[in-house]
Ligand binder design. Sequence first.
Ligand SMILES: NC(=O)c1ccc[n+]([C@@H]2O[C@H](COP(=O)([O-])OP(=O)(O)OC[C@H]3O[C@@H](n4cnc5c(N)ncnc54)[C@H](OP(=O)(O)O)[C@@H]3O)[C@@H](O)[C@H]2O)c1
Length: 385
Amino acid sequence: MIRKRVAVLGSTGSIGINTLDVIRRHSGRFDIVLLSAFNNVELLARQIREFRPDKVAIAQAHIPSMSAMFGKKAAFFDVERDLAALVAEKQVDIVVIAMSGSAALDPFLSAVRAGKEVAPSNKEALVIAGDILMREAHRSGARIIPVDSEQSAIFQCLEGHRREDLRCVHLTASGGALLRVPKSRHRQLTVKDVLKHPRWKMGAKITVDSATLMNKGFEVIEAQRLFSLAVDQVKVVIHPQALVHSLVEYIDGAMIAQLNVTDMRIPIQYALTYPQRLDTGFKGLDLVALKELTFELPDLDKFPSLALAFEVARRRGTFPAVLNAANEVAVEAFLSGKLSFTGIYKVVERTVLAHRASGTLSLKNIRESDAWARSAATRFLGKGK
Ligand SMILES: NC(=O)c1ccc[n+]([C@@H]2O[C@H](COP(=O)([O-])OP(=O)(O)OC[C@H]3O[C@@H](n4cnc5c(N)ncnc54)[C@H](OP(=O)(O)O)[C@@H]3O)[C@@H](O)[C@H]2O)c1
């Protein structure tokens, strides 16, 4: 059996840890050749001892201490400066992009240009530059197999079907921590309230995005890019049990759904071993024990971030980059106690409304819009409280 050589970007995060767990289970099939993290050097050191990658990328400030700890056993690189070049090296077969934020864009683009297999859980890069990433993947032949559970579900439901027969996709949303919390209480919500996700255990940023439904809005844009869909072909439905990960509807009215227990190791493993399926250790759902699978429309008045994301998806261009950057600033401010929960939407909406689209879409335009949105959102923070 040929062993796949894997780069895991963001190995110390929630998805990164789950990815390493999948690889541990199938250690005969994979070699970790590159790990990247940012500041969590303690966990990273344990991962290096266990998986013995040749190369490791980390925030520059940690390189001297990590190099001293590992000597010649691993080579350390600056994650911000070197990661894009490292993922393109010939000893990498598949790149799992599990790092958070727009910092993933450069390594993602580099992996795609180098024709690698790419397994992204990161949504930000696809949201802000999905058109460019997909165009480059088409050019190089890079295969993108999404890890995000909803996109993985759509990918799986599209397999073996004619694309021209597709009517639309239905993205499911658990509804996050606030599904049943009345809008009147949103202003007083604390970080602790918002971080209590009922179904998934995830990083703090994405848990807040799930509570505002901005996460679902990002997924609308992500799905649009990954599967070349018109905005009207992407529907969102609340499904609190989070067992149906998404559905695809064909022109004859047939709908195909993908279900499994809520554990990210299932879509991660699917992406790593595609097109093969291997034992994950998980059973299928106990259909008889399932009490109910319910679906409801999202309340756009209570969760205006989702409506805003649809509007941004329609406008395309640099608007998704602005939406993402403003949201990063606002969520960070909320997590550090500088902004109320309802302030997140106000700051993001103000920034999107103030944006003036610039020319044809290019990386330069995206980066400029991202920088503009960060400073505009920072200015609006005081007014968003
Ligand atoms: N968690 C989920 O279940 C889930 C599901 C679907 C999609 N996603 C998406 O997957 C991505 C990762 O989510 P997560 O929940 O795993 O996040 P997380 O737990 O916060 O982990 C983020 C990872 O990225 C690294 N990182 C952060 N900033 C970085 C930077 N500027 N440069 C390089 N590395 C950086 C972190 O390093 P340190 O920890 O070492 O600082 C960590 O390894 C996000 O885009 C998220 O939206 C997550």
